[in-house]
Design a protein around this ligand. Structure first.
Ligand SMILES: *[C@@H]1O[C@H](CO)[C@@H](O)[C@H](O)[C@H]1NC(C)=O
Ligand SMILES: *[C@@H]1O[C@H](CO)[C@@H](O)[C@H](O)[C@H]1NC(C)=O
Ligand SMILES: *[C@@H]1O[C@H](CO)[C@@H](O)[C@H](O)[C@H]1NC(C)=O
Ligand SMILES: *[C@@H]1O[C@H](CO)[C@@H](O)[C@H](O)[C@H]1NC(C)=O
Ligand SMILES: *[C@@H]1O[C@H](CO)[C@@H](O)[C@H](O)[C@H]1NC(C)=O
Length: 373
C-alpha cells in the first residue's frame, strides 16, 4: 500500500510566505488597541504609562518630560486656567502656569464630558501641536481659552459642540480661534447648518473638515469669506446637499477651483429624483438652471471626472498587486506544488486500484448469492 498523501505537503513554505506578507501589519494592529475607555495614558521619550481609570480632574502630577497625554472617557466637565500645567499662579506668586509641560505636543481629551473651557485652559503647554476635544459637550469656550498655544496646528472638535445651530457655533468659538495659527480644524458631526463665519476662523487654515453635518447649501458669501482666508481645503462628505441650481451654484464655482478635498464623495440629498446622485456626475440639464448653463462647469458634462479615472487606476493597481503576490507565492512554492501533485496522482492511483478491487469483490458476491438461496 502506497503512503497516503499528507495534505500539508508544501504547507510550510506557503505558511512562511504568508507570514512574511502579514508580519509588517502586526505592529499597526497592536498600536490600534493601545487605549480602551476609560483610560489615562501619558508618554515620555522613555516610557508609556496607561491606567484604566476614569479621571474626574486633570492629572495633578505629570513628569516634566511628558510628550503625549490622553484622557479618554473621564468626567472633566470644566477646564480651568492651566488645567494640565498645575493650575494658574497669581501675579503676586510669579504669575503663569505653576508646572509648565514644555514638551507636551499631543493632548487627546475625547469622551470626557467637557462642557466649558475657561480662559487660558491650555496655558503652560507651549509646544502643544495637536489638541483633540472630540466627543464632548462644549457649551462655553472663553475667547482666550487657547491663549499661549502658539504651536497649535490641529484642533479636533468632532461631535464636540452642544450648539443647536451654526450661529451657536460661531458664537461659541467667537474670538477663541481667530488668533491661532491652526492648519487643520475639524468640526465633523456637529449638526451645522452653515459654515462657521470666516471671521471666527484662524487665518492660516489649510483644512476645514465639516463632514457629517447638516449643510444643505453653501452661501456665496461664506465661500467668499473662506476664499479670503486663502481657500482652505473643504471636507464636505456626508452632508445633505440640495441639488438645485441656486443652492449648488456657489459650491460648484468653488469646486471648479479644486479646493474640496473629497469632491468625489459628495452626493445630492434632495430633490427626490436626484437623491444619492454623485455630484461629479450631475449634468446642467438635471439642475434646471434657467440662464446660460455652460458656466456651471459640471464635471458630468464633459469627460469622466477625476474620481472615476482615479478609482479605475487604483483598481488596476490593486489587481496587479494581487497578481504579483499570487505569482510570487506560486513561484516560491513550485517544489511543494510539484510534490503535492505527484502525491495526489499516487493517491488517485491507489484509490482507483482499491475501487477496482472492491468492485470485483462485489461482483463476485452478487454472482454467488443466488446460488446460496
Ligand atoms: C506621541 O504621539 C505621536 C503621534 O501619535 C507619536 O508619533 C509619538 O511617537 C508619540 N510620542 C511618544 C513619546 O510616545
Ligand atoms: C460628572 O461631574 C459632574 C460635576 O463635576 C457631576 O455633576 C456629574 O454627575 C458627573 N457625571 C457622572 C456621569 O459622573
Ligand atoms: C489676539 O492677538 C492680539 C495681538 O497679538 C492680542 O492683542 C489679543 O489680545 C489676542 N486675543 C486673544 C483673545 O488672545
Ligand atoms: C454623524 O454625526 C452624528 C451627530 O451629529 C453622529 O451621531 C454620528 O455618529 C456621526 N456619524 C459618523 C459616521 O461619524
Ligand atoms: C479660483 O482661484 C483663483 C485664485 O486662487 C481666483 O483668482 C479665482 O477667482 C477663483 N475662481 C473662482 C471661480 O472662484
Amino acid at each position: 500500500m502506497a503512503q497516503r498523501p499528507a495534505g500539508c505537503h508544501g504547507g510550510p513554505p506557503l505558511r512562511a510566505v504568508l507570514a512574511g506578507l502579514l508580519l509588517p501589519l502586526l505592529p499597526l494592529l497592536q498600536a490600534g488597541r493601545s487605549c480602551s475607555t476609560p483610560c489615562f495614558c501619558f508618554a515620555t521619550p522613555d516610557t508609556l504609562q496607561c491606567r484604566l481609570v476614569r479621571l474626574l480632574e486633570p492629572p495633578a502630577e505629570l513628569p516634566a518630560a511628558v510628550r503625549n497625554l490622553s484622557i479618554v472617557g473621564g468626567n472633566l466637565t470644566v477646564l480651568r486656567a492651566a488645567a494640565f500645567a498645575g493650575g494658574w499662579r497669581e501675579v503676586g506668586e510669579g504669575g503663569g502656569a505653576a508646572r509648565p509641560l514644555a514638551d507636551l505636543t499631543l493632548l487627546v481629551l475625547t469622551h470626557d464630558a467637557i462642557e466649558a473651557l475657561e480662559e487660558a485652559a491650555f496655558a503652560g503647554l507651549p509646544a502643544l501641536a495637536t489638541l483633540d476635544l472630540s466627543h464632548n459637550r462644549l457649551r462655553s469656550v472663553a475667547p482666550g481659552a487657547f491663549a499661549g498655544c502658539a504651536q497649535l496646528r490641529t484642533l479636533r472638535l468632532n461631535q464636540a459642540v452642544e450648539a443647536r445651530d451654526a450661529r451657536g457655533l460661531g458664537e461659541l468659538l467667537d474670538g477663541a480661534l481667530a488668533n491661532l495659527s491652526l492648519a487643520r480644524l475639524e468640526l465633523a458631526g456637529n449638526r451645522l447648518r452653515e459654515l462657521p463665519p470666516a471671521v471666527a476662523l484662524p487665518p492660516a487654515l489649510r483644512h476645514l473638515d465639516v463632514r457629517n453635518n447638516s449643510l444643505q447649501a453653501l452661501a456665496a458669501e461664506q465661500l467668499d469669506g473662506l476664499a479670503a482666508l486663502g481657500r482652505p481645503r473643504l471636507h464636505l462628505a456626508a452632508n445633505p446637499l440640495r441639488c438645485d441650481c441656486a443652492s449648488l451654484r456657489p459650491l460648484l464655482a468653488w469646486l471648479r477651483n479644486g479646493s474640496a478635498a473629497d469632491r468625489g464623495l459628495l452626493h445630492c440629498a434632495s430633490p427626490r429624483p436626484l437623491k444619492g446622485w454623485p455630484l461629479w456626475r450631475l449634468r446642467a440639464s438635471q439642475l434646471g438652471c434657467a440662464d446660460d448653463d455652460d458656466d456651471l462647469g459640471l464635471p458630468g458634462d464633459g469627460a469622466p471626472g477625476p474620481p472615476e479615472t482615479a478609482s479605475y487606476v487604483f483598481f488596476g493597481i490593486v489587481l496587479a498587486l494581487i497578481g504579483v503576490v499570487f505569482l510570487t507565492v506560486l513561484y516560491l512554492n513550485r517544489k511543494g506544488i510539484k510534490r503535492w501533485l505527484n502525491n495526489l496522482r499516487d493517491a488517485c492511483r491507489d484509490q482507483m486500484e482499491g475501487y477496482h478491487y472492491r468492485y470485483e469483490q462485489d461482483c463476485d458476491a452478487r454472482r454467488a448469492s443466488p446460488g446460496d438461496l
